[in-house]
Design a protein around this ligand. Sequence first.
Ligand code: CA
Length: 242
Amino acid sequence: MMSNNKFKILIVEDEANILSFIKANLEISDYQVICAETCALGMMMYASYHPDIIVLDLGLPDRDGLSLIQDVREADTVPIIVLSARSGEMDKVEALDLGANDYITKPFSLSVLLLKLMARIRAVLRSHRYSEKNEGNHIGKFQFQDLMIDYDKRQVLVDGKEIDLTQTEYNILTFLSIHAGKVLTYAAIIQAVWGYSDYGSVKKLQVNMKNIRKKMGVTPGEKRYIVNELGVGYRMLAEDEE
Ligand code: CA
């Protein structure tokens, strides 16, 4: 095969029009695409092709897509992006907590879906590579637009000016930046920053986040640097969106 060094993407999706549109476009972008229309077939393809990334629809004919996340996570850490027609926050939180890396709520337009998916694929592949190389060892710098985090000096600069963060605020921001592009649930951030899992701490996290954004010069509601995924968690931007 010519395509040995291409990124392999497994798409598990039962809607033929979505599947063929995404497949054709990802192939143009030089990804190798493997398709499955059911969970059972998805697991088979996963086992035989070892994809670099899995794009998973939740509403599948044989089983709930959530069960595939569980089965795959028992074996390895391959990034999983959930594609869902459901817009319920509990589904997103459940998918993320089961080990999905990201999710996209299916929009009306196929081209919007494709654009979002390609951005998430790039972000997931980037952060997956980063965490494999640098887990627990945040040497270097994070840079996005005019935001710069220097992990060695524990310095945060916006537009060249240092901003003064508390220890907790710095820890939250660093955790988000290490996983830039990925939605982190409230529970995951609280666990990483305070060391315990307590849903009651969401308020505390939100207060800290509000202060961080204010210090960064972001006005309420503005999608800059960090996106609030309502009812789910936060995501640090890794590339320009919308
Ligand atoms: Ca479906």
